[in-house]
Design a protein around this ligand. Structure first.
Ligand code: SAH
Ligand code: SF4
Length: 398
């Protein structure tokens, strides 16, 4: 196997978001909504109440038009209509599997009128005790992890807070998971959110922070921060910020137990080596035995899957309240790696389990299991059984 020795750490984000003439209200904070209302002439004395009403319609009821907001005066509704929308990302394709797994292909505007719009994916994975939504933070990724397909994409744009929370809203729209008369508490289909789709969430910090504040808002979508997991490849300076300012569960894409190998797999390691990364994990605000960090470890045949790697992994994580999530590698055309043999995954997993970590792989037998949400292809065929199994492995962050 050849591993490119000089993989660059990062590429630059090529595009910036250009808001449409008539922006969507989705993604604004209460204060920003107040400013928007002020701009269309809502008097100061009314603003607080109007913000509350809008908030309820947008994030509790999932209103898809101003027309539905019946406790807001007709005049104000039409004024809102003149200046704003409640648009979410556009759904271009939806795939539903027999077991209820759903994948949506979403279209987002590109920064240039002449360029094709971008597409990101969002996946819902139902299980007996929860339903997990896998959400993207960027179109493409500025980082170049050598085993990751997203890293090979040239175009990169940060998603806005509205586009991130918009993915949760699209999923609730499509699943019928909003509160209404028949379901006063909602159906509670989406119970968990994982930032494990395309992109590095800690390189789009502010938008991810603002979006997750909306997702976890008690008077809105209301998914608790303990049920939201942010996965990072190890952007050390932003890990402590994530703990302090976002307060969600953390997953770290470790994938290797020494710097030499991690430099190749996750080139960002050259900027923030293992020692710094693990220190940031030890210092993660709110870390405790009931709030552990999930360490993700992609199983690459002959690369990082020996029992010696397993031993070192356990040694490395000593003292950190941790869970280990072994992810079978999902090969893509042109990838330089293979997924570890299932036997080896089992041996690795057994060692880790005996060392006191919860059983890490929950997928049935089969060596060719697909893994990360960000790795799903964009074609519109149905999800295969393998994809579904692999998505479950990814969603296993509890
Ligand atoms: N950028 C973030 C989050 C998105 S990727 C991160 O790297 O953590 C979500 C997870 O999928 C990460 O652990 C990532 O390393 C893993 N992953 C990426 N490509 C994969 C592949 N081809 N097979 C299996 N897991 C992969
Ligand atoms: Fe980016 Fe994560 Fe893929 Fe690395 S694994 S290229 S950080 S999306």
């Amino acid at each position: 196997m050849t591993i490119a020795s000089a993989i660059s750490i990062e590429k630059t984000a090529l595009e910036t978001y250009v808001p449409p003439a008539k922006p969507s209200l989705i993604g604004f904070s209460r204060a920003e909504l107040g400013d928007k209302l002020a701009a269309i002439g809502v008097p100061p004395a009314q603003r607080k109440m109007r913000i509350q009403q809008l908030w309820h319609w947008l994030y509790v009821r999932g209103a898809q038009s101003f027309e539905q907001m019946t406790d807001i005066s007709r005049a104000l509704r039409s004024e809102l209509e003149n200046h704003f929308t409640v648009a979410r990302p556009e759904v271009v394709a939806e795939q539903i599997s027999e077991d209820g797994t759903r994948k949506w292909l979403l279209r987002l505007p590109s920064g240039h009128a002449a360029e094709r719009p971008h597409e990101v994916e969002c996946v819902y994975i139902p299980e007996t005790d929860r339903g997990t939504l896998c959400v993207s933070s960027q179109v493409g990724c500025t980082l170049n992890c050598s085993f990751c397909h997203t890293g090979t994409q040239r175009l990169v744009r940060n998603l806005t807070a509205g586009e991130i929370v918009g993915q949760v809203m699209v999923a609730r729209d499509r699943l019928g998971d909003w509160v209404d008369r028949e379901t006063p508490n909602g159906n509670r289909l989406i119970t968990n959110v994982v930032m494990m789709g395309m992109g590095e969430p800690l390189y789009n910090f502010e938008a991810v922070r603002d979006a997750l504040a909306l997702v976890s808002d008690n008077e809105g979508i209301g998914i608790s921060r303990r049920r939201i997991t942010l996965s990072t490849s190890g952007v050390v300076p932003n890990i402590v910020r994530a703990g302090n300012e976002v307060g969600v569960m953390l997953a770290v894409s470790l994938h290797a137990v020494n710097d030499e190998l991690r430099n190749k797999l996750v080139p960002l390691n050259r900027k923030y080596p293992l020692e710094q990364l693990l220190q940031a994990c030890r210092d993660y605000p709110g870390l405790s035995n009931s709030r552990r960090i999930t360490f993700e470890y992609v199983m690459l045949k002959g690369v990082n899957d020996s029992l010696d790697d397993a031993r070192q992994l356990v040694r490395l994580l000593k003292g950190i309240p941790a869970k280990i999530n072994l992810i079978p590698f999902n090969p893509w055309p042109g990838s330089a790696y293979e997924c570890s043999d299932w036997d080896q995954i089992e041996k690795f997993s057994e060692y880790v389990f005996k060392s006191g970590y919860s059983s890490p792989v929950r997928t049935p037998r089969g060596r060719d299991i697909l893994a990360a949400c960000g790795q799903l292809k964009s074609e519109t065929e149905k999800l295969s059984a393998r994809e579904r199994q692999a998505l479950r492995a990814m969603a296993m962050t509890d």
